[in-house]
Design a protein around this ligand. Structure first.
Ligand code: GDP
Length: 460
C-alpha cells in the first residue's frame, strides 16, 4: 500500500454551490497547504491542530479565493494522518484551480475511497465500519440511515469480534488437546465444545436471517401494482405518491434507466417496480401482458392487485389470485387486493363482502378515498418484522462471509460427532476464523480492499 504520499480531492459534490470543501491528507498535507495559503491574521505564526484559519489561497501573488482552512494533525484526524480541509467558494473553476495548485506543490489526486481506506489502514475504523460510511452517505430513508449509523458506530463489529473471541477459545482448547495427543487425553470437554458451537450457530444464523430485512431496509421494499388495463393502476399510483408527499427520484446506482417511484412511509422506503410500464398505453400492456405480470410478481415483495369493482366477479378474482400464486417462486409474498372505483357505486356490492376472507381494500383512486389504508397496510407488513434492538446486516459481503462461517462451524460439529481427529477439526476452525475476520478486516487482502473502496466516491 502506498500510504506515504499526500492525496487531495474535492469532498463535496461537483457543481455550483455556496461552498465546496477540498480535502488533503498525508504526511506533507500541512506543509503543502502552507505553500499556497496566506493568512489574513497578522499574528499568524503556525497552524495548530483543530483550528480554523481565514485567508487566501494564492498562486504567488495571484489570489484564487478567500477560504477557511481547518487543520487536523496526525493522529487526530479522520484518516489518522495530517489533514487539511479547505472550505472555498463553491465554483467548479475555483475547486479545479485549488486542486491544480495542490498537485503542483506535491499532492496527488486521491483514488475512490482512498481517505476512508487510509482511515482503515491506520486503524481508525474497521472494515465493516468503513463500509458503513459509504452506506451512510447513500442512505435516503430513516431506516437505511439508522442501519448505517449503528454499523459505523461499531455495533455490528463488536458482535463479530465477540463471536471470533469465542471461536478462538474453542480453538485453544482443541490445540491444547493436539499438544497432548500422544497421551490420549481430552482436555476439551466435548459437551462444553458442543455448547459453544451451538451458541455460535444460533448467533450467526440470526445475523444471516436478518439479511433479507436489512436488504429491504437499505434498498426499499419492491411493490408491484398489477391488474387489467383501465382498472386504475396509474391513478392509484399517483394518488399514493401524492398522498404521502413521496420523494419521487431517480435512484442512483441502479442499472435500469427508467425512473422508479419511491414512496416513503414512516421512514421505510417502498419502491414501485417497473412503473414506467404503467404509463405506457394499454395496448402495449396487453401485448406484453401476462409474461410481464409474472415477471413483476416475482420481482416484488408485496403485490397490489387492482380490480375494477364494477366489472370484476369474486370468482374471477379468486381464480387470478390462485394463478398468481402458481407463478410466484417465493410463497411468502403478500398479495393485497385493491377494489377500485367505489365512487361509481352507491354502496359496496354484496358479492364483494364474500371476499373479505382475503385482504381487500375498497378505494376510489380517482377521489383519493381510502388510499391511506393501503399505506397503512404496506407499513404493517414491514413494521411487524423490525425490532430496533436487533442487529440487522445489510451488506452482501458480510452475508457471504457469515454463511461461509456457518458452513465451517457445521463441519466442525459433524467432525466432533464423528470423532474426527483434532488436527482435522483445527482446519475447519481456521476457515471459520478466517471468514469472520474478513468482515471486520482482521483478515484481509488487496483484492477485498480494492473491491470495497472502488464503490466509494472520490473525496471520501
Ligand atoms: P390503468 O390502465 O390500470 O393504469 O388505469 P388508469 O389509472 O389509467 O385509469 C383508467 C381509467 O379509469 C381512467 O379514465 C381513470 O380516470 C379511471 N379511474 C381510475 N380510478 C378511478 C376511480 O376510482 N373511479 C372512477 N370513477 N374512475 C377511475
Amino acid at each position: 500500500m502506498f500510504i506515504n504520499d499526500t492525496i487531495c480531492a474535492q469532498a463535496t459534490a461537483n457543481g455550483t454551490a455556496a461552498i465546496s470543501i477540498i480535502r488533503l491528507s498525508g504526511e506533507n498535507a500541512i506543509e503543502i497547504c502552507k505553500k499556497i495559503f496566506v493568512s489574513k491574521n497578522t499574528n499568524f505564526y503556525d497552524f495548530k491542530s483543530h483550528r480554523i484559519y481565514f485567508g487566501n489561497i494564492q498562486n504567488g501573488k495571484n489570489i484564487i479565493d478567500e477560504v477557511l482552512v481547518s487543520i487536523f494533525k496526525a493522529p487526530n484526524s479522520y484518516t489518522g494522518e495530517n489533514s487539511v480541509e479547505i472550505s472555498c467558494h463553491g465554483s467548479a473553476y475555483i475547486c479545479s484551480k485549488i486542486l491544480e495548485l495542490l498537485i503542483d506543490n506535491g499532492a496527488r489526486i486521491a483514488k475512490h475511497g482512498e481517505f476512508t481506506m487510509r482511515a482503515f489502514l491506520n486503524g481508525k475504523l474497521d472494515l465493516s465500519q468503513a463500509e458503513a460510511v459509504a452506506d451512510l452517505i447513500s442512505s435516503n430513508s430513516k431506516a437505511s440511515h439508522s442501519l448505517a449509523l449503528s454499523q459505523m458506530r461499531g455495533g455490528f463489529s463488536n458482535i463479530i469480534k465477540d463471536l471470533r473471541k469465542e471461536l478462538v477459545n474453542f480453538a485453544s482448547l482443541i490445540e491444547l488437546e493436539l499438544d497432548f495427543s500422544e497421551e490420549d487425553v481430552e482436555f476439551a470437554d466435548r459437551k462444553a465444545l458442543t455448547n459453544l458451537l451451538d451458541n455460535l450457530k444460533y448467533e450467526i444464523t440470526n445475523l444471516i436471517n436478518s439479511f433479507a430485512m436489512g436488504n429491504v431496509l437499505k434498498h426499499g421494499i419492491p411493490v408491484a401494482i398489477i391488474g387489467k388495463p383501465n382498472v386504475g393502476k396509474s391513478t392509484l399510483l399517483n394518488s399514493l405518491l401524492n398522498e404521502e408527499k413521496a420523494i419521487v427520484s431517480e435512484i442512483p446506482g441502479t442499472t435500469r434507466d427508467s425512473i422508479e417511484d419511491i414512496l416513503n412511509i414512516n421512514g421505510i422506503t417502498f419502491r414501485f417496480i417497473d412503473t414506467a410500464g404503467l404509463r405506457k398505453s394499454d395496448d402495449i400492456i396487453e401485448n406484453i401482458g401476462i409474461e410481464r405480470t409474472y415477471q413483476k410478481l416475482n420481482q416484488a415483495d408485496i403485490i397490489l392487485y387492482v380490480v375494477d369493482i364494477f366489472e370484476t366477479s369474486v370468482d374471477e378474482i379468486l381464480a387470478s389470485v390462485e394463478d398468481f400464486k402458481q407463478h410466484i417462486e417465493n410463497k411468502d409474498k403478500r398479495i393485497i387486493i385493491i377494489a377500485n372505483k367505489t365512487d361509481l357505486l352507491m354502496k359496496t356490492p354484496q358479492h364483494f363482502s364474500d371476499l373479505l376472507s382475503l385482504e381487500v381494500i375498497f378505494i376510489s383512486a380517482k377521489r383519493k378515498e381510502n388510499i391511506n389504508l393501503i399505506a397503512e397496510t404496506l407499513l404493517k407488513y414491514v413494521s411487524t418484522d423490525t425490532n430496533p434492538d436487533k442487529t440487522i446486516i445489510s451488506n452482501l459481503r458480510h452475508y457471504e462471509a457469515l454463511s461461509k462461517t456457518l458452513d465451517s462451524i457445521n463441519q466442525i460439529e459433524t467432525g466432533l460427532i464423528n470423532g474426527i481427529p483434532g488436527d482435522l477439526i483445527a482446519i475447519d476452525l481456521k476457515k471459520a476464523l478466517l471468514h469472520l475476520g474478513e468482515i471486520t478486516g482482521e483478515v484481509t487482502n488487496d483484492e477485498i480492499l480494492t473491491n470495497i473502496f472502488a464503490n466509494f466516491c472520490i473525496g471520501k
